[in-house]
Ligand binder design. Structure first.
Ligand SMILES: [Fe+2]
Ligand SMILES: [Fe+2]
Length: 240
């Protein structure tokens, strides 16, 4: 089975004047990888105009398939759909509850949502607003599950913005853990025996972790990757 090289990054947070910001990294990715995964927070304020800046850099430098999910920042200005359209027109495959296949590897993705982890996970109990919050997290997990169910491939990769496990958000203030991810996203990963998961959102989290059944989970948040060293590239490359 041919190996597929997957470049992954997150939290590029493109603003109105960000053109060129990731140009060098994108050019390098296009040289060393077969696929690019963008794990959300593509824009800073959730403006379609910001997505246009990102698309400019992608068009210039990236000549491999690009798959993406949105992040919470991309929802900030009520233009999430416009942002998806801008990316879609540039040839980026948006994985919002969708699945796709490249060279025999299946990809599924959703943004995800908060609610916290393990025994301390928020439950649908009490005020209607709490129930609504929990329902949003459940909806994302269900859409991920439905996307995974569509894949017939032996190898499967999941792209998220929020974390499915506590381990890769460690390093952030514990007070915000419940806003960084949800264990509800973990169950479908284990059940469908996914090979690998990438996410972002926790800029100060931890690079590597695993689900309860040992599935590797990688936090590829660009600000986190840049902290490794002065010249560390804001992306990682995995082979599958
Ligand atoms: Fe972010
Ligand atoms: Fe985020």
């Amino acid at each position: 089975m041919a190996r597929l090289r997957l470049a992954a990054t997150a939290d590029v947070h493109y603003g109105k004047h960000s053109r060129g910001q990731f140009a060098e990294a994108f050019a390098e990715i296009s040289r060393v990888a077969d696929v690019l995964l963008l794990c959300g927070d593509l824009t800073d304020y959730g403006l379609a105009e910001e997505a246009e800046q990102l698309v400019f850099d992608l068009r210039e430098a990236v000549h491999i398939p690009v798959l993406a999910v949105l992040g919470n920042h991309d929802f900030e200005s009520g233009e999430a759909e416009l942002i998806s359209n801008v990316l879609d027109r540039a040839g980026v495959t948006m994985l919002d509850g969708a699945a796709t296949e490249i060279e025999g590897v299946g990809f599924a993705g959703v943004c995800g949502f908060g609610g916290g982890f393990g025994r301390r996970m928020l439950n649908a109990w009490g005020e209607p607003l709490i129930k609504q919050f929990v329902q949003e997290a459940i909806d994302h997990a269900v859409r991920l599950e439905q996307a995974l169910a569509k894949l017939q491939t032996e190898r499967k990769v999941v792209v998220l913005h929020y974390s499915p496990i506590r381990e890769t958000v460690r390093g952030e203030d514990p007070e915000i853990f419940p806003f960084l991810g949800s264990s509800r996203l973990e169950e479908p990963l284990n059940r469908f025996r996914v090979n690998m998961v990438v996410h972002g959102h926790a800029h100060n989290g931890t690079g590597d972790g695993a689900t309860s059944t040992g599935i590797p989970v990688h936090n590829v948040s660009a600000p986190l990757l840049r902290k490794r060293s002065e010249h560390a590239p804001p992306f990682r490359v995995f082979e599958l």
